[in-house]
Design a protein around this ligand. Structure first.
Ligand code: SAM
Length: 241
């Protein structure tokens, strides 16, 4: 395969949708190899316990290093990238997806409860690259949904995964801006018209229109993404006096 992805979870069935649709096709075509592992296979007790109460008190449970350590020793080779989804990580962005799409093996460690004993990653970092990464500023119940989102964003950038190679080059963020609105037939629907410029044949004009729309939308919804020279001029209207 071009990329091998391993995911460790206590709910490996949760990850099965990753074998559907375009990711499933990438697996069939031999581009993606997906290995899912049940963390409980590395437990040693009859209860198959993966968690314990936190040192220093506090609510919830913490996942045990004595289970995660041997599991990662086995499923995460030295040349893989180990990714730990956590709301306390650095934000995952399109740039992260682009970097990861050039990796040959990524292993994701899905936490549950209050997360995983930190020593698991301090120990793993002695031999592999470890990245603690957040899907966004909100808290999920477990790492699985975050991993599915990160894997989709990453794998769709690999050649041969999308039908049309150009389609991801026009997406939001690929040039740093949001993509503008899209339209298809019919030209008028429920009294709403497709912008006339898109119905004509002037491709240069259409490209300019798309750039304008992209800038306008980014200015309105995500001004933080705009380079300073494209920001609206500062408000000089001195209403305070
Ligand atoms: N105690 C942790 C904290 O406050 O940082 C939250 C743990 S959360 C309830 C349980 C698991 O969900 C985490 O170990 C992580 O795998 C996953 N998770 C939750 N929110 C996430 C996010 N924004 N990005 C990535 N993973 C997340």
């Amino acid at each position: 395969p071009v990329i091998r992805i391993g995911v460790v979870s206590i709910f490996p069935e949760y990850l099965e949708p990753m074998r559907m649709a375009l990711l499933g096709k990438a697996i069939d075509r031999g581009i993606l190899a997906l290995d899912t592992y049940d963390l409980r296979d590395w437990t040693h007790d009859v209860h198959r316990a993966v968690d314990d109460s936190p040192y220093g008190g506090g609510p919830g449970m913490v996942m045990k290093p004595t289970v995660w350590g041997p599991c990662l020793d086995e499923v995460c080779p030295d040349d893989a990238l180990l990714v730990v989804p956590t709301p306390a990580g650095v934000p995952f962005t399109q740039a992260t997806a682009q970097q990861w799409s050039r990796e040959s093996h990524i292993v994701f460690a899905c936490g549950r409860y209050e997360g995983i004993d930190q020593r698991v990653f301090d120990d793993a970092a002695k031999r592999v690259r470890v990245q603690e990464v957040s899907l966004g500023d909100f808290v999920l119940i477990g790492g699985e949904v975050a991993v599915m989102a990160m894997v989709e964003a990453t794998v769709r950038l690999i050649d041969g995964v999308l039908g049309n190679k150009n389609s991801h080059q026009q997406d939001s963020f690929s040039n740093g801006l949001l993509e503008g609105p899209s339209y298809t037939r019919p030209p008028t629907w429920r009294g709403l018209d497709v912008p006339p410029v898109l119905l004509g044949g002037d491709h240069a004009k259409q490209d300019r229109w798309r750039t304008e729309q992209s800038l306008a939308r980014t200015r309105e919804r995500r001004p933080d993404l705009l380079p300073p020279d494209l920001l609206p001029p500062p408000d000089t209207d001195d209403t305070a006096s």
